[in-house]
Write a protein that binds this ligand. Structure first.
Ligand code: ASP
Length: 346
């Protein structure tokens, strides 16, 4: 007889684990010991599930690097005891957590599926049930050899399974809250779940899972806008202890051609600050040197972010700076490489 699959569900919080107070109407964290009352199906399926709730459950606006690390550690410690993992999470910062976990869990050979909902689990029209049940099914899915079908950190939302480090929350209201603009979904769930194997990243199963939880938070995002002043740019680049900047540029990676901007960036780079060019467009890639307005960035020493999301670039910088504290050259080298499907380097 086939062995029953097992999935660990780590509840971090967010709307999915909230209920409406019958008296005040306000949303409050659910009592997860009574979760079976909201979702009896969870415990009657073919997959054996165990729940591990955070105490307290948090709104994902309160997520931060130490909690990413705690999550990665929980998965690492329980890695051999389960076939897959589901992380329920508020939608607001889910794409950051998914990106961070994709770097922290090196050589991941099992599914880690993040999901949540736009309506709380206890509400009749809630999307929680469908999202959670499908995420569990995906986390438990194996091929004939017993290997995970999607051994990646993913986000499942509405009908789509996305690579986690390619996602952005793009809708605060619709049930389809996420999009992976530069990479097709890894699977689509309708009557059946269709997996697109050619898009899935498979690690070398001979290599063990490695935990990489050192994080350096001395990073910043500098978003350009027409009229941005030298004072604003220099204020950010002069933050004490700053090690890296996500420079959000226009179109294919363009920026104003003012000399002061070139000088401010070049000066920061000479001081050892890493600056990466990330387009403000949600689709397409940075192509430095295509226009004169990006050539000067290249000359100043700004690096190319290709088609990476801001969420993935920010967390990749934190992770690379944390893991290679004294080796800026290595950080720069690894920034230009696709580590776990986070960007397409042509
Ligand atoms: N504010 C909530 C959170 O991100 C929204 C949600 O759960 O979707 O935790």
């Amino acid at each position: 007889m086939e062995k029953q699959k097992s999935v660990l569900i780590i509840f971090t919080g967010g709307t999915i684990s909230m209920v409406q107070d019958s008296q005040t109407g306000a949303l409050k964290p659910a009592d997860l010991s009574k979760f079976h009352e909201f979702m009896p199906e969870l415990f009657n399926s073919d997959v054996k599930v165990e729940l591990l709730p955070f105490d307290p459950l948090i709104d994902s606006s309160d997520m931060n690097p130490p909690i990413w690390s705690k999550l990665a550690n929980i998965i690492y410690d329980n890695y051999n005891s389960y076939d897959g993992f589901v992380v329920t999470h508020g939608t607001d910062t889910m794409a950051y957590t998914a990106s961070a976990l994709s770097f922290m869990l090196e050589n991941l050979g099992k599914p880690v599926i993040l999901t949540g909902s736009q309506l709380p689990v206890g509400v009749l029209r809630s999307d929680a049930k469908e999202n959670l049940l499908t995420a569990i099914e995906i986390a438990a899915e194996q091929d004939e050899e017993g290997n995970a079908v999607v051994p990646e950190v993913c986000i499942f939302f509405e009908a789509n399974l996305y690579r986690g480090n390619r996602c952005t929350k793009m809708n605060s209201e619709h049930f389809a809250a996420f999009k992976s603009y530069n990479y097709e979904p890894l699977a689509v769930a309708g009557v059946h779940i269709h997996y697109f194997q050619h898009l899935i990243h498979y690690c070398d199963l001979d290599k063990p899972l490695r935990l990489r939880t050192k994080i350096d938070q001395h990073v910043a995002i500098l978003k350009l806008f027409p009229g941005i002043s030298e004072q604003t740019v220099r204020a950010i680049l002069n933050i004490e202890g700053l090690r890296a900047v996500v420079l959000e540029t226009y179109g294919s990676g363009n920026a104003p051609s003012d000399l002061w901007l070139f000088e401010a960036l070049q000066d920061a780079i000479k001081r050892g600050i890493i600056i990466v060019n990330k387009t403000q467009c949600v689709m397409g890639s940075v192509e430095m040197g295509r226009y004169e307005t990006s050539l000067h960035l290249l000359q100043a020493g700004v690096l190319c972010g290709y088609d990476i999301t801001t969420e993935a670039l920010l967390t990749k910088l934190m992770y690379l700076l944390g893991e290679n504290a004294d080796n800026t050259d290595e950080v720069i080298r690894l920034l230009q490489i696709n580590l776990c499907g986070e960007m397409t380097v042509e």
